[in-house]
Design a protein around this ligand. Structure first.
Ligand code: NAD
Length: 393
């Protein structure tokens, strides 16, 4: 069975869906692996390293995809005339496609996979159960995004993070506020702490308090009663009401007066990200302060952030809206993503190296988007998408 990995061509994307390590693992399992020449370039994996791990190297994407039974991707394949290329048309009917396919944001593309007879899996829909942890690409990528967000803030900040006592005087430690203490937020806290900052954090979920405090940061509670019901059965945050938002705004505005750096990471699956910092709140920060909006691709947590840009406000606050933060640390992000995808792949391939898609497996059920020419995922049924669309608009 032939597995293909091609170069990612979407803007801001440097990652790749396989590493020399996972290619070797696939080959050891009896799979034939083909990679497009240059597929690993953005992550510093050379064709020679891929070949040494057992891959054959195809001259271009068309050659790599030809006759592939399984295609591993980071981003959604290009469709129609996107970036001058249509990757989907080179996939054969019945081919398995695995990637971060963003099905809730790009429903029409999922229909296109169905029409093309593709068996598509969206890895971000994995249930967050213990068995799925080795495949959990959202976590592996968010973890690195949180780390990089703290570093990007430190780079743009015109002062040091740690307290320093020098003969010329004492430098005060920077004060960092992290809003949203999930996977990315917790890593941003840990990184800012390692750099020597004084860190505080807030989240709507009550469970976040203990995790924040275990990292040596201070937790800012907005509303204890609301926090107890803010978490869904899947472990994600619910969208909070107007009253909570107002109180959170007041509490945070107070804290911003003593804050140098804000790192925002708050997301609500399938919906627009909540606005946590309004323009008025950003104006509370002193000139030279830095805000990182990790949610910029989901609509943004910060008013005034712009996708892919560093914006400086009239009062001298820098707002970082860099796109695709995990791709800014592409080597590690690719290593971890490749392992996530390989672990997922082992669910689909039996010991005789044949495709085996078990509909009774809850991981398969949750991630399978299309099969036999139809959209089959429960999260994409008309009622579910209408709900998500109206919330995202
Ligand atoms: P996420 O990326 O969906 O959101 C990031 C954070 O933003 C979350 O902590 C969320 O509570 C917070 N948030 C949302 N709205 C907010 C608001 N208005 N104000 C402040 N904060 C807000 O979340 P995530 O990082 O993917 O993690 C969600 C949960 O899942 C966490 O509890 C995490 O520990 C858990 N998790 C479990 C597993 C597993 O068991 N396999 C794996 C990964 C994560």
């Amino acid at each position: 069975m032939r597995v293909a990995i091609i170069k990612e061509r979407r803007t801001y994307e440097r990652r790749v869906a396989a590493s020399p390590d996972t290619i070797k693992r696939m080959v050891d399992k009896g799979l034939e692996v083909v990679t497009e020449s240059g597929a690993g370039e953005g992550a510093c994996f050379t064709d020679a390293a891929f070949a040494a791990a057992g891959a054959s190297i195809a001259a271009d994407a068309t050659m790599a995809l030809r006759d592939a039974d399984i295609v591993l991707k980071v981003q959604r394949p290009l469709l129609g005339d996107e970036a001058g290329s249509d990757e989907l048309k080179y996939l054969k009917r019945g081919a398995v496609l695995i990637g971060l396919l963003q099905p809730l944001r790009h429903r029409a593309e999922i229909e296109a996979y169905a029409s093309a007879g593709i068996v598509a899996f969206a890895i971000e829909l994995l249930p967050r159960i213990t068995r799925a942890q080795p495949m959990d690409a959202l976590s592996s990528q968010a973890n690195l995004a949180g780390y990089k967000a703290a570093l990007d803030a430190a780079v743009e900040f015109g002062r040091a993070f740690p307290m320093m006592m020098t003969a010329a005087g004492t430098i005060k430690a920077a004060r960092v506020l992290v809003m949203g203490a999930g996977v990315a937020g917790l890593q941003a806290i840990a990184t800012a702490r390692r750099l020597g900052a004084i860190v505080s954090a807030t989240d709507v979920r009550a469970a976040a308090k203990e995790q924040v405090e275990s990292l040596g940061a201070t937790f800012i509670t907005v509303d204890e009663a609301a926090a107890r019901s803010a978490e869904t059965a899947e472990g994600y945050a619910r969208e909070m009401g107007e009253d909570y938002r107002r109180r959170q705004g007041e509490r945070i505005t107070e804290i911003l007066k003593r804050t140098d750096i804000v790192i925002c990471t708050a997301l609500i699956p399938g919906r627009r990200a909540p606005v946590l910092l309004t323009e008025t709140m950003v104006a509370e920060l002193a000139p030279g302060s830095v805000v990182v909006d990790l949610a910029v691709e989901a609509g943004g947590n910060v008013e005034g952030s712009r996708l892919g840009e560093l914006v400086t406000t009239p009062n001298g606050v820098k707002i970082i809206g860099y796109a695709n933060m995990p791709s800014r640390i592409a080597v590690d992000a690719s290593q971890l993503y490749a392992r996530n995808v390989f672990n997922f792949l082992t669910l689909l391939v039996d010991k005789d190296c044949k495709l085996k898609i078990d509909p009774a497996d809850e991981i398969i059920r949750a991630t399978l988007l299309t099969e036999n020419g139809a959209v089959v995922n429960p999260a994409l049924l008309p009622s579910a998408t209408a709900d998500a669309r109206s919330a995202a608009s």
